[in-house]
Write a protein that binds this ligand. Sequence first.
Ligand code: CA
Ligand code: CA
Length: 298
Amino acid sequence: MIISKEKHIFVMDKENIPAARVNLPCRLTFETLDCFSEQIKTVDDTLECINFEQVNPATGPVYFEQVQPGDVLAIDINDIRVKSPGKMVAAPGAGVLGNLIEKSETLILPIENEKIQFKDLQLPLKPMIGVIGVAPAGEPLPCGVPNNHGGNIDTKLITAGTTLFLPVQVEGALLAIGDLHALMGDGEIMVSGVEVSGEVDVSVRKAEGLKINNPLLKTDQELIFFASAATLDEAVEMATKDMANFLTEKTDLSLNEAGMLMSACGNAQISQVVDPLKTARFSMPLEILSKLGVKLDF
Ligand code: CA
Ligand code: CA
């Protein structure tokens, strides 16, 4: 089933009317607008020209029958197809360099043959999802906010071939996806990655035997807990504690042992530092988890 990009939301809200209702397991294709709702057409369209009420659309939401709060959705990301040139912006006050930026500028980056043309440089195409989330149980959250429901987690690792696990907070989950990037570095320091419209193919099922309070990603190399908080310090602490809890629950390691193992071969890393909450992550190699006998068949 295709979820058209005409069906998009700007706020993740348990009251949103579903774009579709489906049974699990299922395969879906989400068509997505870029994070500017395709308002940028030329290099003359700087950030000041944009209607901010139309920033960060997410396609959906999709209601999954017989899915309840406390369940975990497993979303296999099968393919991400880029369907537009890339757009990037610089603007005074925006991002980590914002205080130094004197004038707004927009770049349009042609994308061809798996390459992104950045002025005279060719950059590799590495498509990823910026916004992917379910509706929060409490107050509605704009799609630009990352939190325990997912949302704007802006993490370069959320690519084709990975599986994202999201804790369901409301009946039906209400999954929405948007904000694709053709390429983005850790931090997303200028607030924009290489922003593109596109399509995402996913398979969705209920995860079995997994209880999580925050998004979790499985790549072919690592298991990664995400956390979003007002500061990076808090986000790092939350993601680290989630991994420690996971290890002490799934193995016979004590907290001290789990912590020392994480300190030896786990990685605390930055996802993004420019959204309303900052997102950090803690990863452990699958190889180590496998040697510990942790079953990852959820
Ligand atoms: Ca984003
Ligand atoms: Ca973006």
